[in-house]
Design a protein around this ligand. Structure first.
Ligand code: FAD
Length: 458
């Protein structure tokens, strides 16, 4: 039955996920409103490590003709990612092409593109509630100044990041028996603290040009880490984070400053920006769609559970969500069933990759930073192995290669057993995620199998 609507689609949040979703939908000829609580010129500004992988940028270029970050949008071109344990010099390095971006500058271009494509951007419009009719999301309630307003649409997309304003308001009947949860459990969320610093003139130029480094440290419980990302000639993006569930930890900033002292004393740099943020680091919900809408980006928990990379996944999810919405709008069917192809697209790629990310996280938790230090020192992993693991691919070793490596880490074989367990589970994940159901009716059966085989309780 056709309803009166203001727009075909409403997108809540103008970060990477929301802007690409709105842009793609408008490009397909749909009327779209994008609401954000921030002022127009601040939308997209976000406390972040600022790293963005090239793969996603290529996807946007190929499919939407959106140019890669350039000019002042780019702080540094990234070629390598290093994983260090207990000491920054004890590291394994893999090729990881990408960018460290200026989030605000890059976001401004995406929003300008949205406007050119006909998206109505409504800034300073915090969404406070949703409109649900007959078990279907039909729009949002928001404020402009003190004025309470509402908008209706066929489809409403939650791109509000970790705030997840729509997700948190969905009634129980639309949550698939809790599969889409309101809150994220504290052992799946990372609070963080980050600074962008500029080194004073005369201070030795940093050694991390073109590189991002994740440092696993005894004092930072895994999967938490300290990061140092190059941000151009004399700037660095540095931060720290660990799970919200960790007890007896010092304040994040205190731990950050203690770690920083190992590299730069406070008179060697000035702080350009500082802040914190929450990162949901669990695999995505098992469905990201419901009647009348969908979740994208951080609202859908699309952040890699080991690296905490979420910018690329947010952009990618915005694109694939828009394709599914375009299909639903063209059919005039706004049900979860009609949007289901978005689930399949995500689960076959990011879902699988992030499920493997959780296995890597569990492996790292098992061996600890000392175990990782040992494996790196003994050059147990080749760069190719690490590259594959981070990309969610399987490591294959010949019997000879396995033996060679086993002897290399003598006598600490515990970590090899953990590694073997992880490799076996990666096989299971690959098999299960490639069989993600074709419609909502099969979802529960699929989940049961996945949880049984991996001993998970999502
Ligand atoms: C400290 C830190 C470091 C990180 N480092 C990296 C990194 O180096 N690389 C990487 O890939 N990822 C990184 N991430 C993750 C990355 O920042 C996110 O995954 C990404 O920004 C998610 O994009 P999004 O569009 O889903 O949400 P966001 O970028 O959070 O955008 C959400 C938007 O919604 C708006 N909004 C929120 N609530 C409402 C409301 N009620 N009404 C209206 N609008 C609303 C906000 O104003 C915002 O503009 C990091 C995150 C943090 C916190």
């Amino acid at each position: 039955m056709s309803r009166e609507v203001d727009y075909d689609a409403i997108v809540v949040g103008g970060g990477p996920a929301g802007s690409i979703c709105a842009f793609t939908l408008a490009r397909k000829g749909h009327s779209v409103a994008l609401l954000d609580k921030k002022k127009r010129d601040r939308i997209g500004d976000k406390t972040c490590g600022d790293a963005l992988d090239k793969q996603t940028v290529d996807l946007l270029k190929e499919n939407l003709g959106i140019d890669e970050p350039h000019g002042k949008e780019v702080s540094d071109i990234i070629r390598y990612m290093s994983i260090a344990a207990n000491n920054i010099d004890n590291k394994a390095t893999l090729t990881a092409p990408g960018y460290v971006v200026d989030r605000l500058e890059y976001a401004k271009r995406l929003l300008d593109l949205c406007e050119k494509e006909g998206v109505t951007i409504i800034p300073q419009a915090p969404v406070r509630d949703i409109i649900v009719e007959n078990n279907q999301l039909c729009g949002v309630v928001f404020y402009q100044g003190n004025e309470k307003k509402s908008l209706k649409a066929h489809l409403t997309i939650d791109a509000s990041g970790s705030y997840a304003v729509i997700r948190k308001k969905l009634p129980e009947s639309m949550r698939y028996n809790g599969i889409i949860s309101k809150e994220i459990s504290p052992d799946m969320v990372w609070p963080t603290y980050r600074e962008i610093i500029e080194l004073n003139e005369g201070v030795k130029y940093h050694q991390w040009k073109n590189e991002i480094v994740l440092l696993y440290e005894k004092s930072i419980p895994i999967p938490g880490y300290f990061w140092i990302f190059s941000k151009g000639d004399n700037q660095l993006n540095i931060g720290i984070g660990w799970l919200k569930s960790e007890k007896n930890m010092p304040p994040l900033k205190e731990a950050f400053l203690k770690e920083m002292k190992k590299y730069y004393s406070q008179d060697m740099y000035r702080v350009l920006k500082s802040g914190g943020g929450q990162i949901p680091i669990r695999p995505p919900f098992d469905t990201l769609v419901f009647n009348g809408g969908a979740l994208v980006g951080d609202a859908a928990c699309l952040v890699h559970p080991t690296t905490a990379e979420g910018h690329g996944p947010a952009l990618e999810s915005g694109y694939y969500c828009a394709l599914a919405c375009d299909y639903a709008l063209s059919k005039g069917d706004y049900s979860d069933n009609s949007l289901w192809q978005y689930n399949r697209q995500i689960m076959n790629h990011l879902g699988e990759k992030h499920a493997i990310g959780l296995l890597i996280r569990q492996f790292l938790e098992n061996i600890g930073s000392n175990g990782l230090e040992y494996l790196i020192r003994k050059q147990f992993f080749t760069n190719e192995d690490l590259d594959k693991l981070v990309r969610g691919q399987k490591i294959k070793l010949s019997v000879f290669e396995q033996l060679k490596r086993v002897f290399r880490v003598f006598p600490k074989w515990g970590s090899i057993l953990s590694l073997q367990r992880m490799i076996k589970s990666i096989d299971v994940v690959k098999q299960i995620y490639s069989q993600y159901p074709e419609n909502p009716n099969e979802l529960e059966k699929w989940r049961k199998l996945r949880n049984e085989k991996l001993n998970w309780n999502f």
